[in-house]
Design a binder for this molecule. Structure first.
Ligand SMILES: C[S@@+](CC[C@H](N)C(=O)[O-])C[C@H]1O[C@@H](n2cnc3c(N)ncnc32)[C@H](O)[C@@H]1O
Length: 278
């Protein structure tokens, strides 16, 4: 079946891989039995390759709830989003943002929580999901003229993709998603990157960072995949620690435009690496 060109990320996510698709996608075996993406984020690679059988995972439960809601209750979600779109304003944004600081948050339904994340993602500054150390959403309002809060066409193709294919959606540590894979699986790993300097240790995805110790654990997981004959590709930052850790693997250098840095002069092209085992 032809690829659906409308299928693409519904959320803007830190580390989104849209701009690196031309480098990453040709490295993925399209004949694999199961495509596995344990750090799914916005899902740029998954939605581009559209595998029939996949396992996706992310530690961020709010994000995973969005995907499950799109799959299971699209109409309810669209209704909630229409309400947000109608009420959108700076004051309303801060009211909705503050809901996770309130005891009532736990009583919100999954569809309300999913709509909240999509609404905030579409209207917040830079369009990025960012939380503080207590796990509370803390991006300021973005003041866009026409934010696409109810992107029905894209939400619908994502919903259809999840429902028409065998896509398991997990929410936990990436290591769980790597258990019991068959050897014809293919794994694409896009972890929070090794910080390349003290000032870039931003890890705004979830509470807790992903520093050197976690990078070493990830390398050990890659060793285990290799031992089982499972192929993988991993994205990471181009730095000495990563090159040293993966010295027994193949490494391809690619250029990425960094856009998460709000200091304009620090934007620009930087090197990243694609590590692989074949
Ligand atoms: C670089 S982003 C992935 C970006 C994604 N490729 C895209 O195109 O949007 C890394 C993701 O890893 C998730 N993450 C962080 N620590 C994790 C862990 N221990 N297990 C699973 N996911 C984790 C974050 O929530 C984040 O969504």
């Amino acid at each position: 079946m032809a690829r659906n060109l409308l299928l693409s990320p519904m959320l803007k996510w830190v580390g989104g891989k849209r701009q690196l698709l031309a480098d990453i996608v040709p490295m993925i075996d399209d004949k694999c039995s199961t495509y596995v993406e344990p750090f799914i984020g916005g899902g740029a690679v998954l939605f581009n390759i559209q595998p029939k059988k996949a396992i996706i995972n992310d530690y961020n439960t709010e994000l995973i709830n969005v995907y499950k809601t799109v799959r299971d209750n699209l109409d309810g979600l669209l209704d909630e989003l229409r309400v947000h779109a109608e009420k959108n304003s700076s004051d309303y944004y801060y009211e909705v943002r503050a809901l996770d600081r309130d005891a009532k948050f736990n009583k919100m339904s999954d569809v309300e929580k999913a709509a909240r994340i999509i609404y905030l993602n579409k209207t917040c500054y830079n369009g990025l999901y960012r939380v503080n150390s207590a796990g509370q959403f803390n991006s300021p309002y973005g003041r866009y003229k026409n934010p696409n809060i109810v992107n029905e066409a894209v939400l619908r193709v994502i919903s259809n993709y999840f429902n028409d294919n065998e896509v398991r959606i997990l929410s936990g540590d990436y290591k769980e998603a790597l258990k019991n894979l068959d050897e014809n699986s293919f794994v694409y790993l896009d972890p929070p990157y090794m910080p390349i300097s003290a000032s870039s240790s931003f890890t705004g995805y979830t509470e807790g960072g992903f520093g050197y110790k976690r990078q070493v654990e990830l390398k050990e997981e890659c060793d285990m995949l290799s031992k089982q004959g499972i192929r993988f590709v991993q994205s990471n930052s181009d730095c000495e620690e990563i090159r040293e850790l993966y010295k027994d693997y193949k490494i391809k250098t690619v250029k990425a435009k960094r856009s998460i840095n709000s200091v304009a002069k620090k934007r620009g092209e930087i090197n990243e690496v694609l590590i692989y085992n074949e």
